[in-house]
Design a protein around this ligand. Structure first.
Ligand SMILES: Nc1ncnc2c1ncn2[C@@H]1O[C@H](COP(=O)(O)OP(=O)(O)OP(=O)(O)O)[C@@H](O)[C@H]1O
Ligand SMILES: [Mg+2]
Length: 350
């Protein structure tokens, strides 16, 4: 069985609950790769054969250390950069094929919120003008209607009317991130990608923005890809989480299952590193050792073997395929069945 089939098993499984069966897949990513060629011989394999689906109304988390390829996936999904190979379908449409009016529609359908809200807004423009600009670009409503929409959206993201006239320098980072999220939602996207939306914010702001996103998800049934290097950020908001390592997904599972019974040594190390392991069951041996290897020359076999406390000879020779630990839980590790129990349901959740 290939990786794609495994990742999608639950989608086709006749045993899947009815609600799962009826929710169509909005985003379908097939063996997506992005290699940056430095010369004829050398390329940085930023994304190297990634497949996943996101169902309508679902929030998928994408986590992994800095440089593992998360933002490259965001750029590929928004067509800011072309893939080296592989496909992305959004609402059934292959995004590489769209042009003209369809491309305009796609740009509206998929919205991206970045880490740095200061960089996302023109410092010379009032907040109201910045928020109205994409509506005007897409010729939505009259001037009056656009102003009304922006006012309503300000309230929806928890800001009062005075923000309409303010400049970015008169706002905090958290307030600006609310503005950026509101601006994205004004276009009524079907798919929202948030790339590290809270990592430029302090802890209390981070919680507020996550609560806002959770709330918006509930109210609008948003389909989202939530990118973060920090498991704590994706934990509560995501239905499922995919863990990336050096351009590959190494584990994907429902959010609860990933924290209750993480199967990949790398996922366990991330949980330990993010201090979510209050049970103390992760021994120091699972802490990450050394730096992330270069994507210019990823290790042969399992890419994680150079940092894995459980690596055996086979790990440096053959790359593991995805295996199913359960219907909706896949892991790419030769020895996941033999790992010490670690953090299990019996041990209590973190
Ligand atoms: N335009 C480019 N040219 C060459 N290499 C690139 C380019 N863009 C990204 N890369 C490389 O691709 C790899 C993945 O980068 P990416 O920005 O996707 O990582 P990331 O997971 O988002 O990291 P972070 O958590 O720091 O944001 C990195 O090694 C990066 O240096
Ligand atoms: Mg990034």
């Amino acid at each position: 069985m290939n990786n794609v089939t495994l990742l999608r098993k639950s989608a086709r499984d006749p045993q899947a609950p009815a609600s799962e069966a009826v929710r169509p897949r909005l985003v379908e990513v097939d063996e997506l790769a992005k290699h940056y060629f430095l010369s004829r011989l050398f390329s940085i394999k930023s994304v190297d054969g990634v497949s996943f689906d996101i169902r309508q109304g679902e929030v998928l988390g994408l986590v992994g250390e800095s440089g593992c390829g998360k933002s490259t996936i965001a750029r590929l999904l928004t067509r800011q950069t072309p893939p080296t190979s592989g496909q992305v379908r959004i609402a059934g449409q292959e995004i590489a094929d769209v042009g003209g009016e369809d491309l305009k529609r796609l740009r509206r359908t998929v919205q991206l919120v970045f880490q740095d809200p200061f960089g996302a807004l023109d410092p010379r423009m009032r907040i109201g003008t910045s928020m109205e600009a994409p509506l005007a670009q897409h010729r939505i409503g009259t001037r009056e209607e656009r102003r009304d929409k922006v006012m309503r959206m300000l309230a929806e993201v928890g800001l009062d009317e005075s923000f309409y006239e303010r400049y970015p320098r008169q706002c905090s980072g958290g307030q600006l991130q609310r503005v950026v999220i509101g601006r994205a939602l004004l276009l009524e996207p079907r798919f929202l990608i948030c790339d590290e939306p809270t990592s430029a914010l302090d802890a209390s702001m981070r919680t507020q923005i996550l609560n806002l996103l959770t709330d918006l998800k509930r109210r609008h049934g948003l389909t989202m890809l939530m990118i973060s290097h920090d498991l704590r950020v994706v934990r509560h908001i995501c239905d499922r989480i995919a863990v990336m390592y050096l351009g590959r997904i190494v584990e994907v599972a429902d959010s609860d299952a990933l924290f209750r019974t993480p199967r990949h040594p790398y996922t366990r190390a991330l949980i330990a590193a993010s201090m979510l392991d209050r049970t103390g069951l992760y021994s120091p041996e699972i802490q990450l050792r050394g730096d992330l290897p270069s994507p210019l020359n990823p290790p042969r076999g399992c890419r994680f073997h150079t940092r894995c406390a459980h690596a055996q000879a086979k790990c440096s020779q053959a790359e593991p395929e995805f295996e199913s630990a359960s219907e909706s839980h896949q892991v790419r590790c030769h020895f996941w069945r033999e790992l010490p129990p670690g953090q299990t349901a019996e041990a209590g959740s973190p």
